[in-house]
Write a protein that binds this ligand. Structure first.
Ligand code: SAH
Ligand code: MG
Length: 197
């Protein structure tokens, strides 16, 4: 398993796949261990690196992960098989904003897909949380660009960073969830659904 993880890290480096930072996945794995988390949904599988690590925390974890890019989806499937996790991890090849989930609820939803769509993902998927469920979001610092928009030359990048900043405000002002922000890796948020809603 360890070897397969190292192989994935190397593959990500060689093919410019933006997998999660080590500190961040360690943080999330600790969170999963410390809380009663069994059912996980991930938006943005890439090659399955974070999915495999999250699913490896406990025997009873079941994880669904969604990836819209076909080549990455195939690579993800391959890695899930290599790690013998076909029974724990379900990989879906579709745009997360188009997926139709019904009758399922998750303890943890990990948002790590297109950064410009975070608010949309959150608004769509909050209905698929169990009571007291949690949404964790990655890349809220976006390599240090968040909060430093004025120094960015590229218009597209500036716009994207603006969207992440709006998402952060959206979380801060959200009455349904209590959000904490963590300066770990590329920046993480943990949003816990309040019990009274
Ligand atoms: N969670 C992975 C990294 C994901 S990178 C890890 O840490 O190992 C982000 C991925 O999200 C990319 O592979 C991209 O193709 C995918 N993605 C972006 N927008 C998406 C969407 N709307 N639906 C599904 N996948 C999406
Ligand atoms: Mg990420």
């Amino acid at each position: 398993m360890k070897e397969k993880i190292l192989e994935m890290e190397q593959y990500a480096k060689d093919h410019n796949v933006p997998i999660i930072e080590k500190d961040s996945i360690a943080f999330i794995m600790k969170f999963i261990k410390a809380n009663e988390i069994k059912d996980i949904l991930e938006l943005g599988s890439a090659i399955g690196y974070s999915a495999i690590l999250m699913a490896s925390v406990k025997d009873d974890i079941k994880l669904t992960t969604i990836e819209r890019d076909e080549a990455r989806y195939m690579e993800c499937l391959k890695n899930v098989k290599k790690c013998g996790m076909e029974n724990k991890i379900n990989v879906v090849c579709q745009d997360a904003l188009e997926v139709n989930l019904s009758g399922v609820a998750y303890d943890l939803i990990f948002i790590d897909a297109a950064k410009g769509q975070y608010t949309k993902f959150f608004e769509k998927y909050k209905y698929f949380l169990k009571p007291g469920g949690v949404i964790i979001t990655d890349n809220l610092k976006f390599h240090g660009h968040v909060g430093n928009r004025n120094n960015i030359a590229s218009r597209n990048l500036k716009q994207l960073v603006g969207k992440i900043e709006n998402y952060i405000d959206f979380l801060k002002n959200n009455d349904e969830f209590e959000t904490k922000f963590y300066d770990v890796g590329d920046g993480l948020s943990v949003s816990i659904r309040k019990n009274d809603v």
